[in-house]
Ligand binder design. Sequence first.
Ligand code: CS2
Length: 484
Amino acid sequence: MTGDVTDLPRLARPADAPAPGIGIVHLGLGAFFRAHGALYIEEAMARSGGDWGILGVSLRHADLRDRLEPQDYAYTACELGPEGESLRIGTAVRSMLVAPEDPDAVLAAMADPGVTIVSLTVTEKGYCHAPATGRLDFAHPDIVRDLADAARPVSAPGFLCRALDRRRKAGLRPFTVMSCDNLPENGALLQGVVLDLAARMDAELARWIEAECVFPCTMVDRIAPATTDADIERLARRTGIHDAAPVMHEPFRQWVIEDRFVDGRRPALEAVGVELVEDVRPFEHMKLRCLNGTHSALAYLGYLAGAETVSDAVARPALAGFIRRLWDDEILPVLTPPPGVDLAAYTHALTERYANPGIRHRTWQIAMDGSLKLPQRILGSVSENLAAGRTPRGLFLVIAAWMRYTSGVGEDGQPIDVRDPMADRLRAVWQDGAEPAAIVSGYLAFDEIFPGALAADPAFSAGLTEALADLLRDGAEVAAAQYA
Ligand code: CS2
């Protein structure tokens, strides 16, 4: 599809772009960090200087490096607002490595004395943890490999442990480890899995990490759907230049970071709108439950109802009404807002962000990896409602829609391309002719997803069974409308 635009001149790094030294290694460089953190960091350097250039690492594939390298790692950030598009060239990424090609080069970069921050967007599954407990899954194939081969780590926790070990042995200070993934208390969670792994490698290393290293929690927010070939082509037609790796994002952005860095070393992010706070938890609860929670609701119910994107989904009154009720009746009543934040205004702003027609965010993309997303997005609100003696029927319907989605067959009878590390096990619950109660108990048996107390609560299993029966009988759109 991009065949003919590749004849156009290739995007080049602007001649007057600053050339900072590398101070940050980012694991899992993809569209989101280039549309969010990298732009903030670039603005902070423009204001206050500092060598905070970013070396990106892909832990899996070479594709993004192959696209960015010929452009000297410059890329177009396309801000897609309801009124149109505005463009800027991002230049904070200075270089990129593909871990499987040369894991030692990645470890060497992380152990470089000039690097003081290692940040991550490796998605929920990159933490190799069991969501129900937050602890490292020692049976995870990547962790098994990391323990067997010290020279060639594969997982993010593996790279962090081996690189920190190099720094310790070289007598260097550790780096700050900054998680930028949508996980609850992401810094603490990452510290937990790193310490679990380090303790198996070398007790002395684990002690050093615990004493010297810091893992600030963060809340990140900007809707940045995956770039498509059509985006690349549209941009090239508009500019006359071929950028093989642009990023698409909405105007809104927010970044809240716990202000704990090794030796206080970080870019001057407070000067460019980043909120540096003592406690990120209220912000993260608000964002994970209000935004990501309803995103997942729209992803599963919307996909089943035939809505391709989030903006298509919220254009349907049944689904728009459903998430409004979800916020008002089930999510906000159990949420403590961050100081000074008006949650009603926050959720109204979300409805506008979702409706933005410039953003084509596929329900299928958000539906990915639900087994790792539902705990922090949905199950926390469920447990708190149940503890308060309330029955969160809307949240039950969201979980039922996820179950239905992971059956692998849509309401139209077409196969669904379910992407989830547990996809096979989830699909296997859907034995021919299984009744809703049996399906629900099959899912609740996955103790890596559902905490024991919740799975054993009869109000939960009965409510889910009813929601699943409604969904199977009426279909997603009607079931959502009946609730709303
Ligand atoms: C989305 C998020 O794909 C998903 O699961 O819910 O990527 C969401 O767009 C971002 O967290 C917004 O900040």
